[in-house]
Design a protein around this ligand. Structure first.
Ligand SMILES: NC(=O)c1ccc[n+]([C@@H]2O[C@H](COP(=O)([O-])OP(=O)(O)OC[C@H]3O[C@@H](n4cnc5c(N)ncnc54)[C@H](OP(=O)(O)O)[C@@H]3O)[C@@H](O)[C@H]2O)c1
Length: 288
């Protein structure tokens, strides 16, 4: 299986590279080698490497910044998958989308057939990027996921660790609920999909369990303290979304219902807190 990974320098891209199965011949391209927003760059990369499977890990992920530069987000998140789909030439295209396609105004986890109504420019750009992949029929698969973190790059866990190391207390939003997802587990799920010709269409993937950002921050403080990654105790205080205004609106409840995908793949993730512990342990080991 020849696999082309785009956006290989990001959180997911790096986890895809390190979890690649032995039978996958992987070409991993960063934005400098394949700019998904440029149709010629995409066509050149695909013509050169002739993959059986393309995994698009490229994304514009600056949710707040996207409000002031929606065209840049659209170029990567909407046009990127469209260019990849147009050039795929028979290769399967696996793509990643987001829980932010939903408005969050529902009291149960979101299924793939629930209505979408993104609240942000980022969410709209991601929703627009799903269609060209799904239009490939049996050759296209979209995995929506949520709250991705890893030891690579910037993310909520690393931001919290930094703040918790330098402040006696941190205040975190408690009225937005979803699920953290370790990029490692998401990468493994994508490799499962890559190995299964019968998996296509729209899917949801996240770690097991549910949390508010506040719950997530409390767990980060507890797990990091247990691993002696925090030198002093820190208080985590719950605040409301209204107390922490951001340029982008975010869904209040965006927990993805993954039942169908977990069943079809016969593969389901551990609880998010178990994943968090594993990631923190690796982060600690990396830093000696
Ligand atoms: N992070 C989350 O919380 C989250 C939640 C739900 C869904 N997702 C989705 O999951 C996917 C992976 O996210 P992530 O967290 O791994 O993101 P990330 O760490 O921000 O990485 C994104 C990667 O995309 C690359 N990229 C940006 N513009 C590109 C372009 N024009 N052409 C090629 N590559 C480009 C970036 O490269 P440069 O640094 O060189 O620009 C970066 O390496 C994305 O589709 C994202 O929308 C993420």
């Amino acid at each position: 299986m020849k696999v082309l990974i785009t956006g290989a320098g990001g959180q997911l891209g790096q986890e895809l590279v390190r979890t690649a199965p032995a039978d996958a011949a992987v070409t991993a391209l960063g934005s400098a080698d394949c700019d998904v927003g440029d149709p010629d760059s995409v066509a050149r990369a695909i013509a050169r490497h002739r993959p059986d499977v393309i995994i698009n890990a490229a994304g514009y992920t600056a949710v707040d910044k996207a409000e002031s530069e929606p065209a840049v987000a659209h170029r990567v998140n909407a046009l990127g998958p469209a260019h990849l789909a147009a050039a795929a030439g028979g290769a399967r295209l696996l793509h990643v989308s987001t829980d932010f396609v939903f408005d969050g105004q529902q009291g149960r986890p979101w299924r793939t057939d629930d209505f979408t109504d993104p609240l942000s420019a980022y969410g709209r750009s991601k929703l627009a990027g799903e269609a060209p992949v799904l239009a490939l029929g049996n050759a296209g698969a979209v995995l929506r996921t949520s709250w991705v973190y890893s030891k690579f790059g910037g993310n909520f866990v690393k931001t919290m660790l930094r703040l918790m190391s330098s402040r006696p207390e941190v205040r975190v939003v408690s009225d937005q609920v979803g699920a953290p997802t370790w990029a490692r587990g998401l990468a493994e799920a994508l490799w499962c999909v890559a190995a299964r010709q019968d998996v296509h269409g729209l899917h949801h993937w996240r770690d097991a369990g549910a949390a508010s950002w506040y719950d997530f921050a409390v767990a980060i403080a507890e797990e990091a303290s247990a691993l002696q990654m925090l030198k002093q105790p820190v208080s985590v205080l719950p605040i409301g979304t209204l107390d922490y205004p951001t340029p982008a609106r975010r869904p209040a409840y965006s927990l993805l219902d993954c039942t169908a995908t977990w069943q079809q793949l016969q593969h389901s993730p551990p609880h998010w807190r178990v994943q968090l512990r594993s990631m923190l342990l690796e982060l600690k080991e990396d830093h000696g």
